[in-house]
Design a protein around this ligand. Structure first.
Ligand code: ZN
Length: 289
């Protein structure tokens, strides 16, 4: 994805520098070649399985959990015409109700989700995660993550800077945010004027995270839309309404929204609701539950 281009190019640039340091031929070319080839390798199912198995907070479902999940996963994949065996189900050890899709075959639900959600809502959550796989988001995000790692480590300050910016956007008052934007724009303008290449790279690092957050929110909507097309729109929207946070912090402002990886649950529920209505108006009865 073009939004990851800055960190990919920086990573590639770093590897070229490492290559030049160790002598371009043959070791430098070898280092760059191994790095480029490593991306597809982590998408191999066995490698992915080993990586997921190594994650401390993931485990295989217990027999009881498997008995619960298998028929729901079977129903979701058959609604999509997909083979359930193409995916590995994992359980994440946390008390939060959540789920995620990763790499080419991983679908994980949290212990709390398996324990607390009724069948129809758990099935809808699984449909959303399948939506991430069918939309190609899961493996694409793993590759993006992998190839931008060198830059992220070396240019950790850029990541910290954008994290600080996004949290400031969420938490700070308007005058402080305006002052912060003025300082950032001023500093970037100065850098561009003095050392154009460094200035433009720094500007890309400041802007790119917001583009990525936007893309991440778009992927959430797309995974929801796929789940809705599979007949899970109403159940998924009920799930989102049931998990809507009941705290007092205002999460509706644009400053909060643009700094989030996920759209707010009410926004997702609203969009799903209109999709369900549109489908019903076209004469296709949405699948119950
Ligand atoms: Zn999602």
């Amino acid at each position: 994805m073009c939004l990851e281009l800055p960190s990919f190019l920086l990573s590639a640039g770093l590897l070229v520098v490492v290559g030049l340091v160790v002598g371009f031929l043959p070791w430098g070319v070898l280092v760059i070649g191994v790095w480029l080839a490593s991306g597809p390798v982590i998408l191999l199912r066995r490698v992915e399985y080993a990586v997921m198995k190594g994650r401390e907070n993931l485990r295989s479902p217990t027999n009881a959990e498997r008995r619960r999940l298998a028929p729901l996963w079977q129903a979701v994949t058959s609604a999509a015409g997909a083979d359930p065996r193409n995916y590995t189900l994992w359980v994440q050890k946390t008390r939060r109700i959540n789920a995620f899709a990763a790499a080419g075959h991983t679908v994980a639900v949290t212990e709390a989700a398996v324990r607390a959600l009724p069948d129809d809502l758990l099935e809808a959550v699984l449909a959303h995660e399948l939506g991430h796989h069918l939309g190609g988001h899961a493996w694409a995000s793993l590759l993006r993550y992998w190839y931008s790692l060198p830059a992220k480590y070396v240019f950790g300050f850029a990541t910290s800077l954008s994290l600080a910016l996004t949290s400031a956007l969420r938490e700070w008052s308007t005058p402080l945010v305006v002052a912060m934007c003025a300082v950032v724009v001023g500093a970037l303008g100065y850098l561009v004027a003095v050392i154009p290449v460094v200035g433009m790279l720094a500007a890309l690092f400041v802007v790119a995270p917001f583009g990525l957050l936007w893309a991440s929110r778009a992927q959430e909507y797309e995974a929801d839309a796929i789940a809705a097309r599979l007949g899970y729109g109403a159940a998924l929207s009920r799930f989102l309404i049931s998990t809507t946070r009941k705290d007092k912090q205002d999460r509706s402002g644009w400053r909060y929204r643009i700094a989030q990886t996920h759209p707010s649950d009410p926004d997702r529920a609203r969009r799903l609701h209109s999709q369900v209505l549109a489908t019903a108006n076209q004469g296709h009865e949405p699948r119950p539950g």
